[in-house]
Ligand binder design. Sequence first.
Ligand SMILES: [Mg+2]
Length: 267
Amino acid sequence: MKNNSKYWIVTDLDGTLMDENYDISPAKKTLDILSKMAIPVIPCTSKTASEVRYFRNENGLSDPFIVENGAAIYGTYENNSSEWELILGKSYKELRIILMNISKEVNYQLIPLNDLSQNQIFELTGLSGKAINRALDRHWSVPFLNPPDDIFEKVKLICESYNVHVFKGNRMSHLLSSESHKGQAVNHLKVHLQNHNVRIIALGDSQNDLPLLQYADISIVIPGKNGPNKYLQNGIDKGIFRLANAPHAEGWSNSIEEVINSFKDLC
Ligand SMILES: [Mg+2]
């Protein structure tokens, strides 16, 4: 990736570029256009580095990537293609202890994804075999089963005293250091690559994308089949976020093509 790119596309994966079956095929053509225009596509996801490395290989992406909801950033050096790493979060071990303490405080057992059986993980995520191993390769965040809404609100309030925060994704919630979120990670990446003037085009579908969408210059909400996430509705109502005209990869593709057509002179 060139360090002087004018635009970065920073995108969530699950529910945004991917549908519930992890399919991104409606966006393939747009990804090719972006590659030809040398516009970086930076995954920014709750997934693990192992999962995103696999995803990048499958889809021919080579730009940096932000994982575990902003807790770590990776990229490859151009001269020798080895990987660099920026860590912004607390360790899995430390966070897991905090999750157990919070469970006691709210009197509700919060169950980490990594404690489930392979069958339970398949039921929840549709993943199997090696894909499960990649999903469990966590280092800087603890995903856990979504508790009921009232418990989730209590957890949110308690988090501050532990210096952590929680985000609710589509399939599960995530506990991570309060120093790490997706918006913060993009800012760190800008500094790391010394590209302070790059404009960020961000796409997301859930509450965990809110810090990214708030940070970005152009913010696009990808709706699900039943419309946009309730946590992102306020930004749409205020006209700060754009709403894509279709769910998942199709909406992703339409929105990106609209943006790049409006900046035909951008590269
Ligand atoms: Mg998502």
